[in-house]
Design a binder for this molecule. Structure first.
Ligand SMILES: Cc1cc2nc3c(=O)[nH]c(=O)nc-3n(C[C@H](O)[C@H](O)[C@H](O)COP(=O)(O)OP(=O)(O)OC[C@H]3O[C@@H](n4cnc5c(N)ncnc54)[C@H](O)[C@@H]3O)c2cc1C
Length: 403
């Protein structure tokens, strides 16, 4: 067991932290107020090699390990959840899924420009009537010659107006339920595709989230990811990576909540002493520290399993559930520590609290992860090996991964 970060990982943390302090923190209050997604941040991230940090160099990435992705997510969310969410969907849900399930042609055509940050990827699973219950989806793709004709809609899709490529899940045979769902790579520029942002969100207001519409979109058959009917499996394996990034990001919210609270504890005095000297305030600080350290251990364990090429659905789910709950509590306590000032956007903690709600809902709600963990322990749920696995790290030059 080795709990230390490598020199390269330490340098990565420092680089992202400096970037966030210079390019995000001075402007984020205004972006949040205006519900503005600042897409130039993605260009900066690409310049730093952070849009494909854990994608092999062979496919345009930086070739670092999976815990390097966790570090990027922690540090980005210390700035704002919106940009970590962007990396979660681009790298965690989309690019890593292409790495795991794509054939060589798909990796060259879609993964490589995404890892370089020349193109942006997103993930379209949720529908108006299908969130936790994925199989309730209605979007369908019908094969016609060399094309699939896609009709339907998705909602709550991060980067809906920004991404160039979307992984879209649709029924190719509804009678087979979960086994009738397939995964497709869909390009924004195709006829029949449109998107619309959702405004008035509680949090992640500096992020871009919204709907996708497919009106007879013609998908070339080469853009089927994996085999017909493998879509549900592909979506769930994508979530193993997305949830990992969400859990890591939650550590960033805890860090930011702690940082702001520590500063305020030393600045504010009541009853003749700094509020940090009151034991009930110390209790909130201690809980934040415990939450950060515990969450980080769970995240790095999941990353360690990914580095070994081992299945980590159970461990990632636990990390996501716990880290997001801790982040929500930490942000709530940070507002409490700031008293009335915490209730105003003069201080960043109200934004942390609003932002911390969505991660308790997306990529598996708190309830879904609670049920998953109970089922694992009770022996009702067991993970079977997948036909396609995420490559272990250090990466070898990989050949064709789809049989
Ligand atoms: C900001 C934001 C960004 C998002 N980005 C994306 C994205 O990029 N791509 C994408 O595909 N989706 C995205 N989503 C959607 C998100 O993944 C879904 O909202 C989530 O899966 C929950 O689905 P739902 O909202 O339909 O809630 P529902 O599934 O309708 O759940 C409603 C309530 O019932 C509970 N519940 C449901 N089933 C059970 C059960 N079996 N046991 C116990 N309780 C249960 C839930 O926990 C919840 O409390 C995003 C959502 C948000 C808020």
């Amino acid at each position: 067991m080795d709990f230390s970060l490598t020199e390269e990982q330490e340098l990565l943390r420092k680089t992202v932290r400096q970037f966030v302090d210079k390019e995000i923190n001075p402007y984020i209050r205004e972006w949040d107020e205006k519900q503005h997604f600042e897409s130039s941040i993605l260009t900066h991230l690409a310049d730093l090699g952070l849009m494909g940090v854990c994608i092999p160099e062979q496919y345009g990435g930086s070739g670092m390990d999976y815990n390097a992705l966790a570090i990027v997510c922690e540090e980005l969310e210390r700035g704002d959840t919106a940009f970590r969410t962007a990396v979660s969907v681009h790298t965690g849900l989309n690019s890593m899924t292409l790495l795991q399930w794509g054939n060589e042609e798909q990796k060259q055509k879609y993964l490589t420009p995404q890892a370089r940050g020349e193109k942006v990827g997103a993930f379209g699973l949720t529908e108006p009537n299908a969130g936790s219950d994925v199989a309730a989806m209605q979007t369908a793709a019908v094969r016609e010659g060399d094309y699939y004709i896609l009709n339907g809609s998705k909602t709550w899709i991060s980067l809906c107006d920004v991404a160039d490529h979307f992984l879209v899940f649709a029924y190719t045979d509804k009678s087979k339920k979960h086994h009738g769902i397939s995964a497709f790579i869909v390009e924004r520029k195709w006829e029949g595709f449109s998107s619309k942002a959702i405004k008035g969100k509680l949090g992640i207001r500096a992020g871009n989230t919204g709907e996708l519409f497919f009106d007879n979109v013609r998908i070339p058959k080469e853009n089927l990811l994996g085999q017909e009917g493998e879509g549900f499996k592909i979506a769930m394996s994508a979530l193993d990576n997305g949830r990992f990034t969400v859990a890591a990001g939650a550590c960033g919210t805890i860090m930011a909540s702690l940082e702001a609270s520590l500063k305020y504890c030393h600045e504010r005095s009541t009853f003749g002493k700094e509020i940090g000297k009151h034991q009930l305030v110390q209790q909130m600080i201690a809980k934040m520290e415990a939450g950060l350290q515990q969450s980080r251990l769970l995240v790095f364990r999941a990353g360690w399993l990914k580095n070994q090429g081992k299945r980590n659905t159970r461990e990632t789910s636990l990390a996501k559930w716990q880290a997001c709950d801790y982040a929500w509590e930490a942000a709530n306590d940070a507002v409490q520590i700031h008293g009335a000032y915490g209730f105003s956007n003069e201080y960043p903690v109200e934004r942390y609290l609003r932002n911390a709600k969505a991660p308790v809902i997306y990529e598996g709600t708190r309830e879904i992860h609670t049920v998953m963990q109970a089922e694992y322990v009770l022996g009702y749920r067991e993970d079977k090996p997948l036909s396609n696995t995420l490559p272990a790290w250090p990466f070898e030059v990989v050949k064709e991964t789809v049989k």
